[in-house]
Write a protein that binds this ligand. Structure first.
Ligand code: C2E
Ligand code: MG
Ligand code: MG
Ligand code: MG
Length: 288
């Protein structure tokens, strides 16, 4: 009887593995197709971040979207990791950089001075030639490296500390700014935080989403804010979904907030419209 149970478990396990494996394979195949011939399935959306002291939009985060004809919407949390493992991330990142820099140049022409936050994977920062080509693309568009902020997930950074530090130092010398993304989920040590050449930490949304009602999250956020002030880092809270959380962050001295309460990620066109409107009573732009 017990062995029958075990057989059932094995079959279920194998079916689940097969499903996952097939899904992965399909994503790789489809993504390859998309990258070679119909990049129109890819798009970028932009989510504003506001400076909590001035209520101005200081930056927007660029987030990729993939609406696949065959798979429907595939979330970036699912396909970015697969792209990294399948050796496709270089091409995804190249596409992201071209599109976001074009859009940033457009926003500059409209008079907006916010910076553009772009997510990179560790694979990207391990390639100095990619960073070099990024610097060139930026110059060609009449922008400077200080106009972009590069976000790297904390868990990625702790994977190979020494390499990460030396890479980031090199890119910082080129004028790039870095933010540690999903801070609090990657177990970086204090010693490490001291050595990393970053300007900003982004508190992971898992500590922010329920901030208004969860006391332990409030304590965690307070701790991160104290830590950041010791290291003179600016702090972004992502995942701000309600006004109470926004006020807690503001009163706690958090510098910047991002989340659905302020705005969902928007297409470039929709962001332009949002920026021109005055929802929330915030002054949304600093015009040149
Ligand atoms: P991330 O960089 O931490 O981005 C923040 C995520 O939180 C985004 O999810 C955003 O839509 C979501 N978010 C923002 N505010 C709220 C809120 O108030 N509530 C909730 N529930 N969620 C909120 P998204 O767009 O699905 O992206 C997921 C992850 O995929 C990103 O996490 C990033 O790690 C990765 N990613 C997205 N675009 C790119 C890209 O162009 N390149 C790379 N390498 N990774 C990307
Ligand atoms: Mg990010
Ligand atoms: Mg994050
Ligand atoms: Mg993330």
């Amino acid at each position: 009887d017990e062995s029958k149970q075990h057989d059932h478990w094995l079959i279920a396990f194998r079916e689940e593995m097969e499903t996952k494996y097939l899904r992965r394979l399909t994503i790789i195949t489809e993504l390859k197709k998309v990258l070679t011939d119909n990049q129109s399935e890819l798009s970028m959306v932009y989510q504003p971040k506001i400076n909590l002291q001035t209520n101005n939009v200081c930056s927007v985060e660029a987030l990729i979207r993939w609406n696949s004809a065959n798979l429907g919407f595939v979330p970036p949390d699912e396909f970015i990791g697969i792209a990294e493992q399948a050796g496709l991330i270089e091409r995804v990142t190249a596409w992201v950089l071209d599109r976001t820099l074009d859009d940033l140049a457009d926003f500059r022409n409209q008079g907006y001075v916010f910076s553009m936050a772009i997510n990179l994977s560790t694979r990207d920062i391990q390639r100095p030639e990619m960073m070099q080509s990024l610097a060139e693309k930026i110059t060609r568009k009449g922008l400077t490296p200080a106009d972009v902020e590069l976000e790297i997930t904390e868990s990625d950074l702790v994977e190979d500390t020494a390499v990460a530090i030396s890479n980031l130092n090199q890119y910082q010398a080129m004028g790039f700014h870095f933010a540690i993304d999903d801070f609090g989920t990657g177990y970086s040590s204090l010693a490490y935080l001291k050595m990393l050449p970053v300007q900003t930490i982004k508190i992971d949304k898992s500590f922010v989403l329920k901030l208004a009602s969860d006391e332990s999250d409030q304590q965690i956020v307070r701790t991160v804010l104290n830590l950041a002030s010791v290291f003179k880092l600016s702090v972004v809270a992502e995942g701000v979904e309600d006004e109470l959380s926004l006020n807690i962050l503001k009163e706690g001295g958090c510098d910047i907030a991002q989340g659905y309460f302020i705005s969902r990620p928007l297409s470039a066109q929709a962001l332009s419209e949002w920026l021109a409107s005055t929802a929330f009573g915030l002054q949304k732009t600093e015009t040149k």
